[in-house]
Write a protein that binds this ligand. Structure first.
Ligand SMILES: Cc1cc2nc3c(=O)[nH]c(=O)nc-3n(C[C@H](O)[C@H](O)[C@H](O)COP(=O)(O)OP(=O)(O)OC[C@H]3O[C@@H](n4cnc5c(N)ncnc54)[C@H](O)[C@@H]3O)c2cc1C
Length: 438
């Protein structure tokens, strides 16, 4: 022992990036490789955060600074579990840290979920954000009645993007293939539906207020179920909930406009069946009443016509690379999975919190690693050199940080005037660009 600590971080989303940043400050001599299955870094900042929320995406500038550190390397286009095993990684590095997120949608678990026209949020969002593996996931949007199930910000993002116009998305980086479908969609009615009451919705007020800016849709809700006031044990939650209730009261006062589309925010409904033959035609909901903040079925049902259903009810990790996965996350104790193996971010604690939540969480795990490995690294571990050799022997065409910058420059160059970038949506096109430049 006594050599520099050689660290492999798997996944370059916020959790992976904050982990690298924390190592840089607490363990300056260590050598960090950030392995990423895509050719592009930063996880859900690129593929999850809504295309019209560019200010949020600006956090990637801070991640660029971390990447530019001389002891940090980005190694893109290498997939843990497919291209490289945990065993190999452990043979090359002192510490392996999983930052792979929770890439699969949770299922509703009701009959009919396999019908055409039913999508999980992750699939739908990846599609409109240009994730290369989901380029063709949504074949069309020739739909009139869309339902979005969920009461978090992702549900609001999906509803807003579905009802957006080309003009409203002018300064976004919505990908062309999604824009082509969204702007031409004959969608007339989008319902966002939650199981519990309006006071329990997990919306942030800013996202809820953005419906006011939709130029071709009127937002409505049922004012009769909005309580005058809502109190919780947590003052912050109470404040947000009551701000949201105020906004919802404004929406409840809106009248449908025959010249506009309709966005309704519906509450106290649990889906029980997805109806139709091979393609979805309607969703059956059981009406709920609220007892002590819990939704309880009333035995009364309602069917809503639906030809597009997007479920935004959370995400999970499924088995990858032989990892111990339990309840949709990697089994761990405070980030430690086993000797030399750690986990951070959504793969560690599940899909909750904001981008910033991952910073503190990653810092804590790095503190734990620093304690476990205070005597430095094993000089026999080959680290970056060993990974390069492995990739060469196995024909893996990796993408470096400077390669990514070339992709990024090209995306910026070919964007329309008001848009920050026109994304590449196929990995082969990115690799072609890089090969041509070599
Ligand atoms: C649709 C959506 C919108 C959101 N919008 C906001 C927002 O506006 N504001 C906000 O604060 N938070 C937002 N969030 C939450 C935020 O994105 C998360 O907190 C954060 O991305 C979690 O970070 P992570 O690094 O754990 O996971 P991820 O961001 O998912 O990163 C995981 C990375 O690992 C890579 N990876 C996965 N599997 C492998 C593998 N086998 N091998 C190699 N690499 C792999 C992935 O490609 C990805 O780059 C949003 C989340 C979603 C789902």
């Amino acid at each position: 022992m006594g050599g520099p600590l050689k660290v492999a971080i798997i996944g370059s989303g916020p959790a992976g990036m904050y982990t690298a940043g924390a190592f840089n400050s607490s363990c300056p001599g260590c050598e960090i490789d950030i392995l990423e299955k895509l050719a592009t870094p930063y996880g859900l900042i690129r593929t999850g955060v809504a295309p019209d929320h560019q200010t949020t995406k600006n956090v990637s500038r801070a991640y660029d600074k971390i990447m530019e550190n001389e002891n940090v390397r980005f190694v893109g286009n290498i997939s843990f579990g497919d291209d490289i095993s945990l065993e190999t990684l452990k043979s090359l590095y002192d510490v392996v840290i999983l930052a792979i997120g929770t890439p699969k949608d949770r299922e509703l678990g009701i009959p009919g979920e396999d019908k055409a026209g039913v999508f999980g949020a992750q699939v739908f969002v990846y599609w409109y954000n240009g994730h290369p593996e989901y380029r063709d996931a949504v074949p069309h949007l020739e739909v009139k009645n869309a339902i979005v199930i969920g009461n978090g910000n992702v549900a609001l993002d999906v509803a807003r993007v579905l009802l957006s116009t080309e003009d409203e998305m002018r300064d976004s980086d919505l990908v062309d293939h999604a824009g082509d479908h969204i702007f031409r969609s004959p969608v007339e009615h989008v319902r966002v539906i939650g199981r519990r009451g309006p006071e329990h919705a997990q919306f942030s007020t800013k996202e809820l207020s953005e419906f006011k800016d939709l130029t071709t849709a009127v937002t409505t809700t049922d004012g009769s179920i909005i309580p005058d006031h809502y109190e919780t044990d947590d003052p912050k939650t109470t404040k947000v909930a009551n701000n949201n209730l105020e906004l919802l009261r404004d929406y409840a006062a809106n009248k449908p406009d025959p010249h506009k589309r309709l966005l309704s925010l519906d509450f106290c409904l649990s889906p029980t069946h997805i109806l139709g033959e091979e393609t979805i035609e309607a969703v059956r909901f059981e009406k709920n009443r609220i007892e002590g903040n819990k939704a309880v079925g009333t035995g009364e049902f309602v069917d809503y016509p639906c030809d597009l259903l997007v479920t935004c009810i959370g995400y999970e990790l499924t088995n990858v690379g032989g990892l111990p996965v339990e309840n949709g996350i990697v089994r761990n104790v405070d980030g430690k999975v086993e000797d030399h193996l750690y986990v951070v971010g959504w793969a560690k604690r599940g899909p909750s919190g904001t981008i910033g939540t991952n910073r503190l969480d990653s810092q804590k795990v790095v503190e734990k690693i620093a304690e476990d490995h205070c005597d430095g690294g094993d000089p026999a571990k080959a680290g970056a050199r060993g990974l390069d050799q492995y990739c060469q022997e196995n024909g893996i065409e990796t993408v470096s940080f400077s390669d990514w910058q070339k992709i990024k420059e090209e995306e910026e160059k070919r964007a329309d005037e008001d848009s920050p970038r026109r994304k590449f949506v196929r990995k082969r096109d990115m690799l072609k660009l890089l090969r041509e430049g070599k």
